[in-house]
Ligand binder design. Structure first.
Ligand SMILES: [Zn+2]
Ligand SMILES: [Zn+2]
Length: 249
């Protein structure tokens, strides 16, 4: 089963935003069955998408970011019965950091919605601590770790947004959520094939266009400047063309 991990990294050194490469792994959530990017993009099997959000109490994403995610997905996915959201809070796992297996375990405990009939589901955890591989200078903001699974390190997101010289909560949350969904949709060259070569080969499954949502950026004041200015990165035409070719719009 195709799975991936991708990460956003934020550095505390300056105001740089890193996006690092995707790692492949063999883990999956058995009860989701076999889901591939085309299942999200086209309406052949699934007519509706339910995004289940489970957030640790106190770490709820902003309503604006949730709305932005729905707008982003609705623009790209052929889901005639719509994209819906189910939001619930969960108790704190009381951990100082989360490993990949912690996240998989939490999903197993809390996830309630699985693909059934013509309804596809995705699951996002919003967590109250960082990733286990965080360092003082480099912190992960999110990862797509399964075919239908995303984790957002919401404490880190909140630490790095909403303040002076920081992007707003809404902008940073939306950027991360949409980027991770880009991986779930098979970008770049990870389940959704490229129509023209635009993979940044040095940075895994990312786009070579620095303006694109799927760009891997290291310490680029341009990106942070854009985020601080309130602009949420969007998919470029190469990424959109790939999605269209795989059943999306
Ligand atoms: Zn990524
Ligand atoms: Zn792109």
């Amino acid at each position: 089963m195709r799975t991936m991990i991708s990460m956003f990294i934020l550095t505390t050194l300056t105001i740089g935003l890193f996006i690092v490469g995707c790692k492949k792994d063999d883990s999956h959530t058995p009860s989701t069955g076999y889901i591939e990017p085309a299942d999200f993009l086209s309406d052949k099997k699934y007519k509706m998408l339910i995004v289940e959000i489970n957030y640790v109490q106190g770490y709820k994403p902003t309503q604006e970011a949730v709305n932005n995610m729905v707008t982003f997905l609705s623009a790209r996915l052929n889901k005639p019965k719509g994209v819906k959201v189910s939001i619930n809070s969960i108790a704190s796992p009381r951990k100082s950091s989360f490993s990949h297996s912690d996240v998989v375990h939490l999903e197993k405990i809390h996830r309630k919605h699985f693909p059934l009939g013509d309804i596809l589901t995705a699951h996002i955890l919003f967590l109250d601590a960082g990733y286990i591989q965080d360092t003082d200078n480099t912190k992960y903001l999110g990862m797509a770790y399964g075919a239908t699974s995303i984790a957002i390190f919401q404490k880190t997101v909140s630490d790095y947004s909403g303040g002076i010289s920081q992007p707003s909560n809404e902008v940073l949350e939306t950027t991360i959520i949409n980027h991770e969904f880009g991986h779930v949709l098979g970008l770049v060259n990870n389940g959704t094939s490229m129509q023209t070569n635009h993979q940044d080969n040095n940075h895994g499954h990312h786009c070579d266009n620095e303006e694109c949502l799927m760009y891997y950026a290291t310490e680029t004041t341009d990106i942070v400047g854009n985020l601080v200015g309130g602009n949420i990165p969007e998919l470029d035409q190469n990424c959109i063309n790939d999605l269209k070719n795989n059943g999306g719009k």
